[in-house]
Design a protein around this ligand. Structure first.
Ligand SMILES: Cc1cc2nc3c(=O)[nH]c(=O)nc-3n(C[C@H](O)[C@H](O)[C@H](O)COP(=O)(O)O)c2cc1C
Length: 190
């Protein structure tokens, strides 16, 4: 494939997209908040660690530090409106749960808002946070996973024909997976 070469400063870093557009939720005292998050990743299986990247400018930043726990909600493509709503508005200016009618599951044991629209959500206890350039990596230990059984098979594989994930392309554009039947490749040598 032909390549062109770009050098810093880069106008965007969309090359690794599409990325699953998650919604990070937090509740501290009486205040609930939600924000879109495309920069997130599993970091360790044992213990189960999950990382999210936030700039300190986010209203969610201090709320997560206060709460010591955050939620990572995975929503289907049909909810892209909601993701964009919590990703383009700050909780500093409005109550996103009220304005975007975010419904929360009734889960007495949950320490984070688990969204009704999510097909899965992680509840992560904040273990540490560290700046990397203009973002800060929040490392959370996954203490609970809430998932819709229909969304996963017996191997835990997401059933993307039933719950198509919301994927972010950058520049306010969202897409989802195609109708391609998943193919199993075991990496046998030729
Ligand atoms: C699809 C999408 C993905 C985003 N991903 C991130 C991210 O990974 N990290 C981040 O700090 N902000 C990200 N943002 C921006 C925040 O969601 C946005 O600034 C939001 O208004 C912050 O809300 P808050 O101020 O209430 O915390 C993203 C926005 C969108 C629309």
């Amino acid at each position: 494939m032909e390549k062109i070469v770009l050098s810093p400063p880069f106008s965007h870093l969309y090359q690794s997209y599409p990325a699953v557009a998650a919604v990070v939720t937090v509740e501290s005292g009486e205040r609930k908040n939600a924000m879109a998050c495309a920069w997130h990743a599993p970091l360790s299986f044992t213990p189960p660690l999950y990382g999210i990247l936030l700039t300190p400018k986010r209203f969610s930043y201090n709320l997560i530090l206060q709460a010591g726990v955050f939620g990572v909600n995975f929503l289907p493509f049909e909810k892209a409106d909601l993701i964009a709503g919590v990703g383009r508005n700050s909780g500093r200016d409005l109550d996103k749960f009220a304005v975007f009618s975010l419904a929360v599951e009734t889960l007495p044991e949950a320490r984070v808002p688990v969204l009704e629209d999510a097909y899965a959500a992680y509840e992560c206890r904040l273990r540490e946070h560290r700046p990397y350039g203009d973002h800060e990596l929040f490392v959370g230990e996954i203490e609970k996973i809430y998932e819709t059984p229909l969304a996963f098979d017996e191997e835990g594989v997401p059933q993307v024909h039933r719950f198509r994930p919301a994927l972010y392309l950058g520049a306010d554009l969202y897409t989802t997976v195609s109708d391609q039947t998943p193919v199993r490749k075991r990496g046998e040598r030729p």
